[in-house]
Design a protein around this ligand. Structure first.
Ligand code: GAL
Length: 400
């Protein structure tokens, strides 16, 4: 039956249905991007965080020295702009007006002065709180029930980033508690990157984009191969949920902390980059070795992470210990990681039909760790030998 021959009530019904669908789709995409307007997450955040190396042993002097070191090493110029203070920065009790108070023994000048210092270097200051009554260290109060007040305090100090943990809460779901802080931050009068840290407990990738700018998909990373690689695995499952405005977060970097080999740290950095993960350095950048610098300052790998397309790479082929990870980049390019998780050196192959390059295309390959454009042109496949617990990382660009 043609539309013109439908009874008027059916046409009205169809129009209403169409209108409902349009409104619902628009509302959904709006709410999924509620925080995009803060403009701080167009690409994954880059910076440093105190937790992996320093735990609770932090103070304003070392935070300032870290800011200085980010500048003097050139890391800031490469994009590492956030200086993020993790747990343990506040007194155990709030003041008589209910405000959080920086710990006098370690942050005597206060957070406003610290933010001013960090900003004067062209960097941004991040802080930590918790969607519970106490933070995970149990050494400072959380923000549950104080969201508006704390968000305003953070904004008044000039804070640019909030990591929000999940310990000691009231048993309600993160999806009940985290959006309260989302709204508080939106009303705080200052754009603040909102990093959700509920450890992947309630599949935050499914709802995180309407609540924050990144969401932890895993429990805490430790400085060893098994921990690192399993976090990459857990995070990969949610690849389709990452995009500009909101990112999956497999936890912070351990590179430079000493628990993995150089090749393993290269795998760590390559996987975090292709996964569009936050690149938050977790070592002491005041005393950074040449080897660590070589890894965390690899601009070609950083550029993959920061590519404007914002597509998280995925495992496109898994054959036992051998995995091919790939993700689209802007300019019709593709980032590829050939990862050997096994104990012996192996030959590995990237196939165009796995990684989304049209069949028979001729491709130029840039090796991002050798910093070399390979002389050979590749058609349909690229083959390489990859050491144990190591990877190769390429950008492939079809030329015909
Ligand atoms: C954990 C969190 C870590 C760190 C720690 C501080 O819950 O996952 O990244 O912030 O708390 O106590």
């Amino acid at each position: 039956m043609e539309a013109s021959s439908l009874p008027p009530c059916s046409i009205t019904f169809l129009l209403l249905l169409l209108l409902t669908i349009t409104v619902t789709v628009n509302a959904d995409s709006l709410s999924r991007r509620a925080l995009l307007a803060n403009g701080l997450a167009a690409t994954p955040p880059m910076g440093w965080n105190s937790w992996n190396h320093f735990n609770c042993f932090i103070d304003e002097k070392m935070i300032k020295e870290t800011a200085d070191a980010l500048i003097s090493t050139g890391l800031a110029n490469l994009g590492y702009k956030f200086v993020n203070i993790d747990d343990c920065w506040a007194e155990i009790s709030r003041d008589d007006k209910g405000n959080l108070v920086p710990k006098n023994s370690t942050f005597p000048s206060g957070l406003k002065a610290l933010a001013d210092y960090v900003h004067s270097k062209g960097l941004k200051l991040g802080i930590y709180s918790d969607a519970g009554y106490f933070t995970c260290s149990n050494k400072m109060p959380g923000s549950l029930g104080h969201e508006e007040q704390d968000a305003k305090t953070f904004a008044s100090w000039g804070i640019d980033y909030l990591k929000y943990d999940n310990c000691n809460n009231d048993g309600s779901k993160p999806l009940v508690r985290y959006p309260v802080m989302t709204r508080a931050l939106m009303n705080a009068g200052r754009p603040i990157f909102f990093s959700l840290c509920e450890w992947g407990d309630m599949h935050p990738a499914l709802w995180g984009a309407s609540v924050g700018n990144s969401w932890r998909t895993t429990n805490d990373i430790a400085d060893n191969w098994d921990s690192m690689i399993s976090r990459a695995d857990q995070n990969e499952v949610y690849a389709d949920y990452a995009r500009p405005g909101g990112w999956n977060d497999p936890d912070m970097l351990e590179i430079g902390n000493g628990g993995m080999t150089k090749d393993e740290y290269i795998v760590h950095f390559s996987l975090w980059a292709v996964s569009k993960a936050p690149l938050l350095i977790g070592c002491d950048v005041r005393n950074v070795s040449k080897e660590t610098m070589e890894i965390i300052s690899n601009k070609e790998v950083i550029d993959v992470n920061q590519d404007k397309l914002g597509v998280q790479g995925k495992k496109v082929r898994m054959e036992g210990d051998l995995e091919v990870w790939a993700g689209a980049l802007s300019g019709y390019r593709v980032a590829v990681v050939l990862l050997n998780r096994g104990a012996v050196r192996r030959v590995m192959t990237a196939r165009w039909d796995d990684i989304g390059i049209p069949p028979s295309s001729t491709v130029i390959a840039r090796d991002l760790w050798q910093h070399k454009t390979l002389k050979q042109r590749f058609v349909d496949i690229l083959t390489a030998t990859v050491d144990s617990h190591a990877c190769k990382m390429y950008i492939l660009k079809p030329i015909s």
